[in-house]
Design a protein around this ligand. Structure first.
Ligand code: PLP
Length: 417
């Protein structure tokens, strides 16, 4: 049982644990079953009708996944959640439950690559227009919002632009226009930032990153603060869900309408791995972020490095907002930096010995990537530049190894260019 007085660092380990129900096991059991058996037709009918809680079929809901959903709600201030097969599924589901052809979304333009492609290509094909604006330019957001705007969307730390928008201002703007604010808080994690406390309505996370922390499972979660009231004149298709579930209407809609029918299921084994990783989120983030500060300062002083972009550096344009808005524990653990040219970036990647070169972030290991030639290779040059990707840019996800070893590896790799 969870004690309401427990602090974040305790809830992250013990939240939603049910040892009695689990035959006293201390890890959530993996309910590896496609479906669940019912003794009577009446019972199954009640569960399908939503009159009774229960599990029917893995694509719908699963008991292991539910532990992760409940714990994430406890950590973020949400009232209900759905875990999904990936962070992209979470973003997609969060929006498709709200929008249909003819609707508009206003989004910050500092976006993870696949989110950018989802918005610009996929949603466009479905007749949903996403207007991209400078994340930190409130005037641009205001100018883009129209009566057709069904949601505002932003990343709390932009990947990889490393900008930090003011969430309270965006929530106020969204609410003045009777629309919800949806945030992707993947890079900040709930350890660093609680967007619901700043007015955000819906959270989308990739659990693949810091929440899991070990690169062992892909996953996502959509979480609802339960505060947005989905006014009838703007969101008429919420009526049935509101009648059935009241404040829980949004997640019910995500779940019944999108998640089930698009099949964006998370396997219980992935949730199990994520829950094991989640246990250590608080201690990992503390180390991730102190190491990131040290790496940023080191690179900033290094003669081979042209520039560093990290919200923790006082000269960063994101620094002041990050300092006042975040929970005072750090500035995240992702940073970008620039070298002489693309060749120097390739050299560094070849030279590192400890640091892994791969496409992921938020792992406990330190990671590096050259986005221009990898994740963004299919983008036009113009589009890469608009996304903040330049040929001289390397992105580093700072891990939790001994800081001396991380600095030493970057130093030798830089010197050998
Ligand atoms: N959101 C952000 C900010 C990300 O960085 C990523 C992946 O890197 C995603 C969403 C997508 O997550 P996933 O890879 O779990 O689908």
């Amino acid at each position: 049982m969870t004690d309401v007085r427990w602090k974040f660092d305790t809830v992250v380990i013990h939240g939603a644990q049910a040892p009695g129900e689990w035959k006293s096991a201390t890890l959530a059991p993996i309910y590896q079953t496609a479906s669940h058996r019912f003794d009577t037709a009446e019972e199954l009918s009640d569960v399908f009708a939503g009159k009774k809680a229960g599990f029917i079929y893995q694509r719908l809901r699963n008991p292991t996944n539910e532990v992760l959903e409940k714990r994430m709600c406890m950590l973020t201030g949400g009232i209900d959640a759905v875990v999904t097969g990936s962070g992209m599924a979470a973003i997609n589901n969060a929006l498709l439950a709200i929008c249909q052809a003819g609707d508009e979304i206003v989004s910050g333009n500092s976006l993870f690559m696949s989110t950018f492609l989802l918005f610009n290509n996929v949603l466009k094909k479905l007749g949903i227009t996403v207007k991209l604006v400078e994340s930190g330019d409130l005037g641009a957001w205001k100018a883009a919002v129209t009566p057709r705007t069904k949601a505002l969307f932003v990343e709390t730390i932009g990947n990889p632009k490393m900008d930090v928008p003011n969430i309270r201002e965006l929530a106020d703007l969204a609410h003045a226009n009777r629309a919800p604010l949806i945030v992707d808080n993947t890079l900040a994690t709930p350890y660093l930032f609680l967007p619901i406390d700043h007015g955000a309505d819906i959270l989308a996370y990739s659990t693949t990153k810091y929440l899991n922390g070990h690169g062992s499972a892909v996953g996502g979660v959509v979480i609802d603060a339960g505060r947005f009231d989905w006014p009838e004149e703007k969101y008429p298709d919420f009526r049935l869900f509101k009648e059935r579930k009241g404040k829980l209407a949004y997640i019910d809609k995500v779940w019944r309408e999108i998640h089930i029918n698009f099949g964006t299921t998370q396997s219980p084994f992935q949730s199990y791995l994520t829950l094991i990783g989640l246990d250590t989120l608080a201690v990992r983030m503390e180390r991730h972020m102190s190491n990131a500060n040290r790496v940023a300062e080191f690179l900033d002083r290094h003669p081979r490095v042209k520039w560093v972009n990290f919200p923790g550096l006082p000269k960063s344009p994101a620094h002041e907002t990050a300092k006042t808005q975040f929970r005072g524990k750090g500035y995240g653990a992702l940073l970008t930096f620039g070298l002489e040219n693309e060749k120097a970036c390739f050299d560094l990647i070849r030279n590192v010995k400890l640091v892994y070169h791969l496409a992921n972030l938020g792992d406990c290991k330190t990671l590096v990537i050259h986005p221009w030639s990898s994740q963004y290779i299919s983008f036009t040059e113009e589009s890469r530049l608009a996304n903040g990707i330049t040929p001289d840019l390397l992105r580093v996800s700072v891990g939790i190894e001994a800081i001396e070893d991380i600095l030493e590896d970057f130093d030798q790799a830089l010197r050998a260019i």
